[in-house]
Design a protein around this ligand. Structure first.
Ligand SMILES: [Fe+2]
Length: 273
């Protein structure tokens, strides 16, 4: 088996600060993020939806998650996947994120200063393997598969701000090359004005309870990132980072991505509801 050094697995290996787009909020959209050979190896050895959904009956357009723990316990899975999810939940990956975005974070999320003195000096751990007793920030990386769409077209989630204890969100799209279905793209929004309200919803306590969704009438779509192969999107989470998933038409294809995040124990901003 080929031995991988950490950095040549990184989704950020071909990204520089010049790739950071500042409007309507700091983010990157990188096509062909991973070297073709690496992407194709990951794609061809990806765990199936049957495995990832662990025998649950599939709902339409629902998300099923394969965590680093699942990869660890899976004796059949290619070691490349274990290394890949491990690297993207490591301190080294967090520093790669900071190299791109650190200068913007403190300005756009003032509340974060109360939670952590310095992102650079924070104690970094791994979600589920470490806890906030010993760590300031926990990183996570998982395979996310959205099931085929049946019954009627649907959007997994309209415009929203991610949970306010997350520092960043990242996703690497892994579309089936045969999939020609429409939808499942990432829509990027800005506020229409200052007069807007969020829906506030409590959900599963493990997810630390907060969902901030917003009605279409308060926002304007400014960009769409097509769901495609080997496309990376990444952004620091803050009150400007509005995004949503476009409606998927009925399709037998799954929608697949690697999801990456870093979180603090508690949220560092609130939004008007
Ligand atoms: Fe989101």
């Amino acid at each position: 088996m080929t031995q991988n050094t950490q950095s040549n697995l990184s989704v950020l290996q071909n990204v520089t600060k010049a790739d950071v787009r500042l409007e309507p909020f700091p983010h990157i959209v990188i096509k062909d993020a991973l070297p073709k050979e690496l992407f194709e190896k990951l794609y061809s050895t990806m765990p199936s939806l049957t495995k990832v959904s662990k025998g649950q009956e599939l709902e339409s357009n629902e998300r099923y998650i394969y965590s680093p723990q699942d990869f660890k316990q899976d004796e059949e899975v290619d070691n490349l996947w274990r290394e890949f999810v491990s690297y993207h939940s490591s301190p080294e990956f967090f520093y790669e994120f900071l190299d791109l975005f650190e200068e913007y974070i403190l300005d756009i999320t003032p509340g974060i200063r109360d939670k952590v003195d310095s992102l650079r000096d924070a104690n970094i751990g791994r979600h589920r393997l470490d806890s906030f007793d010993a760590k300031d920030i926990l990183l996570d990386c998982s395979l996310n598969i959205y099931s085929p769409v049946f019954g009627k077209p649907s959007s997994f989630r309209g415009p929203h701000i991610d949970k306010p204890h997350f520092i960043f969100g990242g996703l690497l799209y892994m579309r089936d090359p045969e999939d020609r279905s429409k939808g499942g793209d990432l829509d990027i929004y800005k506020y229409k004005g200052s007069d807007h309200k969020f829906h506030f919803a409590e959900n599963h306590p493990e997810l630390r309870g907060i969902r901030y969704d917003i009605e279409d009438k308060y926002v304007e779509k400014v960009d769409t990132v097509k769901y495609d192969q080997n496309v990376l999107v990444m952004y620091p989470i803050n009150p400007l980072a509005l995004h949503g998933v476009s409606t998927r038409e009925i399709t037998p294809y799954q929608r697949t991505m690697v999801g990456m995040s870093a979180s603090l124990e508690n949220g560092f901003f609130t939004l008007e509801t």
